[in-house]
Design a protein around this ligand. Structure first.
Ligand SMILES: Cc1ncc(COP(=O)(O)O)c(C=O)c1O
Length: 379
């Protein structure tokens, strides 16, 4: 695994991350990384190019088995291949979960969270109940008591949108925590939709525990997974919804009619990564640990900030203790981070450290300058 030495070149390829802001600015925002994916991806695309015909596709043989094997081997979750519904992305997969349940009007969503956790309930016209995550030790966590209390007050059917590992903040939930969450949801017949796109991006020595492994198979749960973060192939939209309970799965399958399906190349890329990408991925995790440590060291010289990297993801969540608009300050010095507002916190930003160490160091240097100018203004 090698970082791209000059990710600026991504601007020529309509990259959302690099082509959105002016050339002089360093974009450490949207969650893809500045590196080529495992070599198997190039081989898969080359084979398809050599064949040269790009008609309608169908789910390839071995796709489900690749997921079944991966989940069994890596996460000790034994699933039935029939539980899998392929979808063109985790975010559409979350929306299908709500479309499949029009009777569920009350939605509990973590805050702060990846912005689509708010956009999806809002666009589906549901009523949102925030589950606040606060800092407990080194991670952000919601309160199980608050979740139970919220569910107690609801008289209509409800769902919890869950994110594990959590974006932002990288919380990896323990089996005990998930058991308590599942028990509370079960008591209120609450559907749980668990976004586990970051499952294979854990940087510390903690296991990922799939929600569906802990829940009973007759409880309504929808676990969403993808290989797109793990192998840096977000441009090939492909994800799976894993739904053990048959009625929940039947409702979900109905939402798939007249929807865009997974493209043949996206299926093939995901399948090849799950089969042949793991050596590359081990090297990636080591490179990300190095960058994460750079961010942690940088944070030590900034007591005015609270920086959470948690146990997973390549994203650091940076909050200001003194209500500074960090996003604007850093942008003024030529560093574009994800503003915290859409995540649910106006005074925070999210930094993507999935880039080469030189780019990261230069961005942190510019952020130092932004914080210094703020100190000078207030001294
Ligand atoms: C928690 C979470 N869910 C979903 C997504 C996007 O998923 P997809 O591209 O498969 O729709 C992201 C991307 O950053 C994410 O962080």
């Amino acid at each position: 695994m090698q970082w791209h030495p000059n990710p600026n070149e991504r601007r020529a390829y309509a990259s959302l991350k690099w082509s959105t802001f002016p050339d002089a600015e360093l974009p450490l925002w949207v969650a893809d990384m500045d590196c080529a994916p495992p070599p198997c991806v190039r081989d898969t695309i080359n084979r398809s190019l050599e064949h040269g015909i790009f008609g309608y596709g169908k789910e390839p043989k071995g796709f489900r088995e690749a997921w079944v094997d991966h989940l069994h081997k890596t996460h000790q979750w034994t699933i039935d291949p029939d539980w899998i519904v392929p979808v063109a992305g985790v975010v559409p997969g979350m929306r299908f979960a709500l479309m499949a349940h029009p009777q569920i009007q009350q939605i509990l969503t973590p805050t702060p969270a990846y912005p689509y956790f708010k956009t999806v309930p809002s666009i589906e016209k549901r009523i949102e109940h925030p589950m606040a995550l606060t800092r407990v030790g080194e991670t952000l966590q919601p309160s199980l008591t608050q979740i139970a209390e919220t569910l107690e007050t609801l008289t209509e059917p409800s769902a919890i949108l869950w994110c594990n590992p959590h974006n932002p903040g990288g919380t990896v939930y323990s089996k005990q925590f998930l058991e308590a969450l599942i028990a509370t949801a079960s008591k209120h017949d609450t559907l749980i939709v668990s976004d586990e796109i970051w499952a294979d991006m854990i940087l510390n020595d903690k296991p990922h525990i799939p929600l569906g492994l802990v829940a009973s198979n007759d409880q309504p749960t929808i676990t969403l997974m993808a290989a797109t973060k793990t192998f840096n192939v977000a441009g090939f939209g492909c994800a799976v919804a894993i739904i053990p309970e048959p009625d929940t799965r039947a409702r979900y399958l109905e939402t798939q009619i007249a929807m865009p399906h997974v493209a043949p190349l996206a299926y093939a890329v995901t399948q090849s990564c799950l089969r042949d990408g793991w050596q590359w991925h081990r090297e990636l995790l080591a490179a990300l640990q190095h960058n994460r440590n750079t961010v942690i060291d940088w944070a030590k010289s900034h007591p005015e900030l609270e920086v959470t990297t948690g146990d997973a993801t390549f994203l650091a969540w940076i909050e200001s203790h003194n209500q500074m608009d960090l996003s604007e300050r850093f942008a003024a010095q030529g560093v574009r981070l994800s503003p915290g507002g859409p995540f649910g916190s106006d005074t925070a930003v999210r930094l993507n450290f999935g880039t080469n160490p030189a780019t990261l160091t230069e961005a942190l240097r510019r952020m130092d300058a932004a914080l210094l100018s703020n100190r000078e203004e207030h001294s």
